[in-house]
Design a protein around this ligand. Structure first.
Ligand SMILES: *[C@@H]1O[C@H](CO)[C@@H](O)[C@H](O)[C@H]1NC(C)=O
Ligand SMILES: *[C@@H]1O[C@H](CO)[C@@H](O)[C@H](O)[C@H]1NC(C)=O
Ligand SMILES: *[C@@H]1O[C@H](CO)[C@@H](O)[C@H](O)[C@H]1NC(C)=O
Length: 366
């Protein structure tokens, strides 16, 4: 199915089509549709495109064969959403950054660059085989982390209907515990081998969960819970819900997109209303377009196959991650072949012997 998701995922970003501008989208009809949150609302566009009947959800669950405990499945999805949101909004590049204070936190707008050298093997194994196996595996693993969704201050406040004024002491107590657990996760990162493995795990999990979202996996339509938080204990600027204009569980796949996918079209950590996205210089459609024509869309359909369509006559090259003309590509391949040949010749005699021994060992154990 997916041979090299690293490469392909990078593509996915470059394939989120922002040149697909909605020329007519800010007309009066659209404004009347708009939700209470803003004038031009992408989730409205998403909703129109992807609104589907509920019967589909049940059909999909049934089609997976075995009886699925729907409550458990939903809880699992919420847990995974929480932990990957925590990554999306708060994590930095553990591979290169040495100072966590100054490190950039930008995974709300892009997947890591450069992409992972290799996927987390276990996530890859389970998530490639099926959506259900993926969710079950990820959720099971998350039962071992310190910072669990159900202990997060925002979630506790929501479930207990706590208000800042009347429950200050309780909130502060829960929040202190929450922050302690976050710290444990950031430094020790059980059940992972450490923060670096956790990083690789979460990036890989985001790739797959975002991909399942792009494929409109019906189970991901709703979280059945508010998800508009940064999954980082209580945020004293925004409170337990940030009310971001881009996310509302009433819209199909809204929470899934918000939790699993970066948003290159609206590369802001927080958007109070959709116009913040449209008129932000960070919006990739901003520069060439006038006010009223800056809508940028993550096209789920275009992205569901995780591949980039090169212009006619060009071929995708996995190594350079570019569309190359077929002539350029054959030249490049020839050059690479030569290079590996030379590298082989450079091996010392001992390395050659070692290769043979290990090769024998490897093949005899099969
Ligand atoms: C956008 O709409 C305007 C006015 O309706 C029209 O003149 C223009 O050609 C359209 N642009 C594109 C790219 O379709
Ligand atoms: C949803 O179901 C209703 C009635 O069953 C049908 O009229 C409508 O066209 C369906 N909508 C979609 C998007 O399939
Ligand atoms: C990280 O950067 C901050 C701000 O520049 C500095 O105060 C701190 O000492 C740095 N920490 C480390 C471990 O280098």
């Amino acid at each position: 199915m997916i041979n090299n998701i690293n490469t392909i995922t990078l593509l996915f970003i470059s394939c989120i089509l922002c040149d697909n501008i909605f020329n007519t989208s800010i007309g009066t009809e659209e404004i009347t549709y708009a939700s209470s949150k803003g004038i031009q609302d992408f989730s409205q566009i998403l909703k129109e495109k992807f609104v589907t009947n509920n019967s589909e959800t049940t059909a999909a669950s049934a089609s997976s064969g075995t009886e699925v405990d729907i409550d458990e499945l939903r809880e699992n999805i919420r847990d995974i959403g929480y932990y990957l949101r925590s990554h999306k909004f708060n994590e930095y590049d553990r591979r290169y950054e040495t100072n966590s204070t100054t490190a950039e936190r930008i995974y709300f707008k892009t997947f890591p660059r450069p992409p992972l050298r290799s996927l987390h093997w276990e996530v890859h194994k389970y998530c490639e085989s099926s959506f259900m196996e993926c969710v079950n595996y990820l959720a099971k693993k998350l039962r071992g982390v310190a910072a669990r969704r159900t202990d997060d201050t925002s979630i506790v406040m929501m479930k207990q209907h706590w208000k800042w004024k009347t429950n200050t002491a309780q909130i502060e107590q829960v929040d202190e515990e929450c922050k302690k657990n976050k710290k444990l996760d950031d430094h020790i990162a059980d059940p992972f081998e450490g923060p670096l493995e956790r990083y690789q795990w979460r990036v890989t999990a985001s790739y797959f969960m975002c991909w399942y979202t792009m494929k409109k996996t019906p189970e991901l339509k709703r979280f059945h819970e508010k998800c508009d938080n940064f999954a980082n204990c209580l945020d004293y600027n925004y409170g337990p819900y940030n009310d971001d204009a881009r996310v509302d569980d009433l819209f199909d796949f809204s929470c899934a997109l918000y939790s699993f996918c970066p948003n290159p079209c609206c590369p802001l950590k927080y958007a109070n209303m959709m116009n913040d996205c449209l008129n932000s210089p960070e919006n990739p459609c901003y520069r060439q377009n006038n006010v009223g024509q800056r809508a940028c869309e993550a096209d789920l359909e275009q992205n569901s196959e995780f591949r980039c369509i090169c212009h006619w006559g060009y071929i995708w090259d996995e190594d350079s991650r570019e569309c190359l003309s077929s002539m350029a590509l054959s030249a490049l391949k020839l050059k690479r072949k030569e290079k590996t040949k030379i590298e082989m010749m450079k091996l010392t005699l001992w390395e050659k012997i070692k290769n043979i021994i290990f090769w024998r060992k490897g093949s005899s154990s099969n």
